[in-house]
Ligand binder design. Structure first.
Ligand code: AHR
Length: 506
């Protein structure tokens, strides 16, 4: 049995969580759009061709923001192709994913879908093959009420009201040689600065995200961020971070420690951003947008040799295992720990393509294992993050050094009068006895202890067994006054929900 401690105090609040921490991503990639959110003719589809079974699952996740339309796709995307009468829209070759883009879902359709899903689009601009002109036209098309060329064109396309999209990504992974139109940090930084300037001249309230490194293995990381921000610090509001985690060697203790890399990445970028801020004697605060993160490695081989140039080919369809859900849980805890600076994060992606939601064309939709930690964090992780004083035993790992068995964070939702402790026990064989002190609230009660656990780390949910890995309640947790005792099963994701009444200690 492992023993760990957590101590929470009402007076020690670390940060208010931006709801957009629970964002996601839909790219024109594989079956994310065609066969994912959109499948006209499917028995569950509505009059717009959107799958209502998928919409229900997205609404269940309460995703506040969805990045769109790419990803690598956006870097050669002509947005004008995706608006206007459907029958006039061109079929284009998408070079990023070697697929055919029929442009049957475009900006206005996506905005309609987002409304139905209860979410807000976060629009990525093409800074690969295009630049200032296309960007300023697009923002006018989307956000201007009317009385100008592009806004009137939108109206003539049957969208009288402006979309008022708030958050705009200045390109995607522009440091990556695989990107159509990839750039050096100086080239990109200058362009981001000028595009940003044009967008802010249009509307200074827009929130702009500059591209950071595509991952921490890039040879230009982290100098890229410093150079880019040197050019555009005064214009942008966020710098992006992307990370995908793998279990290549089937080495679970290492895989479970991957969130420590995410933590280091965030700390490095905070340092880099603040270095530039100080260098510029700036009073602006640039925050972090972790707008692509997930586990991604299962599908890589399956995608090799995929027939090119089809619409909606089944690309990047990772079937997620129980152990992947634990890593996703650790990442969510890491993002919450940095909620003071990571204000936007997008689980990449949402449907079919490295996604928590899977569908079969013409068939059902179901929840992958990773759906559950994301669901719990999105439902119960809002409000404020508490300073969580933790004491945990560690294991030694060749890649990550000392890895704590316990990964944990707690949030306080004042409105709902609830505290939630999120906790992963990384121990492969041992239970973890968690002792907690919950100090400062007038009255604390135990609501429930939810656990996601499975004896087989490789267990997965599939079309035929969609309920193989699902959360359940455990009843062994005890609260005595302000003292908590919980047993976390080996390899488990835990959500301990407490009701609190908020009077200050006298
Ligand atoms: O999410 C899949 C791809 O991963 C995105 O298109 C790209 O931005 C990243 O490399």
């Amino acid at each position: 049995m492992l023993h760990a401690r957590i101590s929470l105090d009402k007076e020690f609040v670390r940060a208010t969580v931006d709801d957009r921490l629970f964002g996601s991503f839909i790219e024109h990639l594989g079956r994310a759009v065609y066969g994912g959110i959109y499948e006209p003719g499917h028995p569950e589809s509505d009059a717009d061709g959107f799958r209502t079974d998928v919409l229900e699952l997205v609404r269940e996740l309460r995703v506040p923001i969805v990045r769109y339309p790419g990803g690598n796709f956006v870097s050669a995307f002509n947005w004008e192709d995706s608006v206007g009468p459907l029958e006039k829209r061109p079929r284009r070759l998408d070079l990023a994913w070697r697929s055919v883009e029929p442009n049957q879902v475009g900006l206005n359709e996506f905005a309609r879908w987002a409304k139905k899903a209860g979410t807000e689009p976060m629009i990525a601009l093409n800074l690969g093959t295009r630049g200032i002109d296309a960007a300023r036209n697009l923002v006018e098309y989307c956000n201007h009420p009317g009385g100008s060329y592009w806004s009137d064109l939108r109206k003539s396309h049957g969208t009288p009201e402006p979309h008022s999209f708030k958050v705009w990504c200045l390109g995607n992974e522009m440091d990556g040689p695989w990107q159509v139109g990839y750039k050096t940090a100086d080239e990109y930084g200058r362009l981001a600065s000028e595009v940003g300037k044009a967008l802010k001249l249009f509307d200074p309230r827009l929130q702009l995200v500059a591209c950071g490194s595509s991952n921490t293995q890039m040879p230009t990381y982290p100098q890229w961020e410093a150079t880019v921000l040197d050019h555009c610090y005064e214009t942008v509001d966020f710098i992006s971070l992307h990370s995908y985690f793998k279990n290549h060697g089937n080495d679970l203790p290492t895989f479970l420690g991957e969130s420590l890399d995410m933590d280091r990445f965030i700390r490095t970028i905070i340092g880099t951003v603040d270095f530039i801020r100080t260098k510029k004697r700036s009073t602006r605060k640039v925050n972090l947008s972790f707008d692509e993160w997930n586990v991604w490695f299962h599908s890589r081989q399956a995608d090799e040799g995929m027939a090119p140039w089809t619409v909606g080919p089944p690309l990047l369809e990772d079937v997620y295992t129980f152990e992947d859900a634990l890593v996703v849980g650790c990442c969510l805890i890491t993002l919450l720990r940095h909620a003071d600076r990571v204000r936007i994060a997008c689980l990449a992606q949402l449907v079919n393509t490295i996604a928590p939601i899977m569908t079969e064309n013409g068939g059902p939709a179901w929840r992958q294992t990773i759906f559950y930690p994301f669901l719990h964090a999105s439902l119960y992780g809002r409000g404020e993050v508490l300073e969580s004083m933790l004491l945990s035993p560690v294991y030694e790992n060749r890649t990550h050094g000392e890895v704590p068995y316990l990964e944990s964070i707690a949030t306080w939702n004042r409105q709902a009068e609830e505290i939630t402790i999120f906790a992963v026990n990384r121990g492969m064989t041992d239970q973890l006895q968690l002792s907690g002190t919950i100090a400062g609230w007038e009255k604390v009660g135990l609501m429930e202890h939810i656990v996601l656990v499975h004896k087989d780390p490789k267990a997965a949910n599939t079309k035929d067994a969609p309920g193989a890995v699902v959360p359940k309640r455990i009843e062994t947790t005890r609260l005595d006054g302000d003292s908590l005792q919980a047993t976390l099963p080996p390899l488990s994701w835990n959500v301990i929900r407490l009701s609190v009444r908020g009077k200050l200690r006298s």
